[in-house]
Design a protein around this ligand. Structure first.
Ligand SMILES: [Zn+2]
Ligand SMILES: [Zn+2]
Length: 285
């Protein structure tokens, strides 16, 4: 059925144009005004220069968590050229599984991250979480979706009609404090541009200490039993993809996956904007 455009729908883009002219969008990274001719970059709140610094993960990655192979260094990546496996979209050659994933049991089948948590992305994510900069999440979500469409960022599974995106839930108290759940904003942007629905399938029933201040070994314990299924939306036959901003040890994602699995879901995956890696003097270990 063809939608008849309403006056409100027709005025919406015009209103956004006027608003962008009065308050020009600033780059989330360098905080400079993004030139008017850079329309796409205005939509992702990243100037052209900073967007180029945000390079998607390429080369051989862990088949489980999506982390780049430990032996691949930044130096290797710049020295190799052409269509070598180190360049372009991430791939899972040799069924490589990283040390962390060999040591842990995951309730999800795979995670795929778009970027390494480093450089300008660290500052952007800090602004997004602690300075209530909602536009950073909106821009990153949109850019992430764009890179998936361009096949520069891989997905954890084949997308089917039964796929549902599940933002990692934040406790209601924390949502009140921050004003939003960044995982939900990221997920809604992915939904909008990839056509996969976002649903609130999980609740967070305990307000726990932030994972970032905890030792890796304490993270799993900190989130144990904190999530609950939403019976109104849960459907065991769906293919769930849990969405979050950063993958560190994967403890929160794993607990979400465990909750979905215990309720009967069989196909569980994760997608994160970034993943942490260990560096030594600027070289990926
Ligand atoms: Zn910039
Ligand atoms: Zn791994």
């Amino acid at each position: 059925m063809t939608k008849i455009p309403t006056t409100q729908n027709l005025l919406k883009p015009l209103f956004s144009e006027i608003l962008a002219w009065i308050y020009p969008p600033l780059c989330s990274a360098c905080k400079m005004i993004i030139p008017i001719q850079e329309r796409f970059h205005r939509e992702i709140y990243l100037c052209e220069t900073c967007a180029l610094l945000l390079e998607p993960i390429g080369g051989i990655i862990c088949t489980v968590c999506g982390k780049p192979r430990e032996t691949v260094t930044s130096l290797d990546k710049t020295m190799l050229s052409g269509d070598d496996a180190m360049n372009g979209t991430a791939c899972c050659e040799d069924d490589y599984v990283c040390k962390d994933c060999r040591a842990r049991h995951h309730h999800f089948a795979a995670n795929r991250a778009a970027f390494i948590y480093d450089g300008i992305l660290k500052d952007m994510m800090h602004d997004m979480k602690f300075r209530a900069r909602r536009t950073v999440a909106e821009g990153l979500g949109r850019y992430w979706a764009h890179l998936i469409v361009q096949e520069k960022v891989s997905l954890p599974c084949t997308i089917t009609d039964s796929c549902v995106l599940v933002p990692l839930p934040m406790h209601v108290q924390k949502v009140k404090q921050r004003g939003y759940n960044q995982a939900e904003i990221l997920s809604l942007q992915l939904s909008k541009h990839l056509g996969i629905p976002t649903q609130e399938v999980l609740f967070r029933i305990k307000n726990t200490a932030p994972q970032s201040g905890l030792h890796p070994a304490a993270r799993a314990e900190n989130v144990n039993g904190v999530f609950k299924i939403n019976p109104k939306t849960f459907d065991a036959s769906k293919q769930y993809i849990i969405i979050d901003d950063i993958y560190t040890t994967g403890a929160s994602l794993n607990e979400c996956a465990k909750t979905l699995k215990n309720a009967g879901a069989a196909n569980i995956y994760c997608m994160t904007t970034a993943i942490t890696v260990k560096f030594n003097k600027g070289i990926l270990l």
